[in-house]
Design a protein around this ligand. Structure first.
Ligand SMILES: NC(=O)c1ccc[n+]([C@@H]2O[C@H](COP(=O)([O-])OP(=O)(O)OC[C@H]3O[C@@H](n4cnc5c(N)ncnc54)[C@H](O)[C@@H]3O)[C@@H](O)[C@H]2O)c1
Length: 265
């Protein structure tokens, strides 16, 4: 299994869980926002997804790809859409083509709830029309649609995972969230509460804010996407995340009292 972007926050969790379940994992990452410390104990191929030659050598060694390598700041995507379309779309397609050219039949992609834009209903049903309202969401929707086309044309089996603010550390405390700058709600709320960060600002009153992921999600998704025994078929799928089904709104999240030991430290 090739975990692309496996030195980043979500990818490093996925890599650990896949290894725990017995998958042979190779990580491919350019370390632009990821950390070498998160790939200790794994084989790291350091490279950019735009580097088709480097990718093709790695692709020949794997049967499936999990793709987490992208730029993911909504605000930045509005200021500099070119950066987002370059990495998330142009380079994403080079990665996808390298997988197809090497005969890789399974592709799981980290998409986002941002493909839905401003939904009328919360929780958002998976069938909600995808109408992103920022370049980040547009770039992710484009990649979802490319996967759908490749699924139809080349029999690629794929899954696109659309999640909200992922949060938390792994059970052993080995890896956690470390985005610079941090824009996600939970770390910002904890930093504000601990006095190590700025005051938390919430815009709006009742936006859906958080989806909690169970520890087993990469495995569940991998099994679902492989469920026809690896045969290519019509069973390609975009689905909303593998969450626990108990998303909560931002205002409720910040009303959770901090544990005494966290307050003191
Ligand atoms: N963090 C969230 O709450 C969240 C929510 C929804 C969707 N996502 C999506 O999940 C994915 C991972 O997010 P994250 O929070 O772990 O981000 P992250 O920045 O921690 O991880 C991204 C990893 O990809 C690598 N990378 C980026 N561009 C690359 C390139 N061109 N070539 C090789 N490696 C490259 C980075 O070095 C980094 O290790 C992204 O696709 C993001 O859009 C994240």
């Amino acid at each position: 299994m090739l975990v692309v972007g496996g030195a980043g926050y979500i990818g490093s969790h996925a890599a650990r869980l896949l290894r725990k379940e017995g998958f042979d994992v190779v990580i491919y990452d350019n370390l632009s926002t990821g950390y070498a410390s998160l790939v200790h104990g794994f084989e790291l191929v350091q490279g950019d997804i735009a580097d088709s030659e480097r990718l093709s050598g790695v692709m020949r060694r794997v049967t499936a790809v999990m793709h987490f390598a992208a730029h993911a700041y909504v605000g930045e995507s509005v200021e500099n859409p070119r950066k987002y379309f370059r990495n998330n779309v142009e380079c994403g397609l080079l990665l996808l083509n390298a997988a197809i050219d090497a005969g890789v039949g399974h592709f799981i992609s980290s998409s986002t709830c941002a493909v839905y834009g401003l939904p009328n209903t919360v929780p958002i049903p998976e069938s909600t029309t995808r109408q992103p309202v920022n370049p980040y969401g547009v770039s992710k929707l484009f990649f979802e649609q490319a996967l759908e086309s490749y699924g139809r044309a080349y029999g690629l089996r794929f899954a696109s995972l659309r999640y909200f603010n992922a949060a938390g550390a792994d059970e052993g405390g080995e890896t956690g969230e470390c985005h610079i700058p941090e824009t996600h709600l939970i770390p910002l709320a904890l930093q504000a509460a601990a006095g190590t960060g700025d005051k938390l600002q919430i815009f709006g009153g009742d936006y859906a804010g958080l989806e909690t992921l169970p520890h087993s999600w990469p495995i569940t998704v991998t099994r679902r996407s492989f469920s026809s025994g690896g045969r290519p078929g019509p069973c390609t799928k975009s689905f909303q995340p593998p969450g626990t089904g108990c998303g909560i709104v931002k205002l409720r999240l910040v009303s959770v009292p901090l544990r005494k030991d966290l307050r003191q430290n």
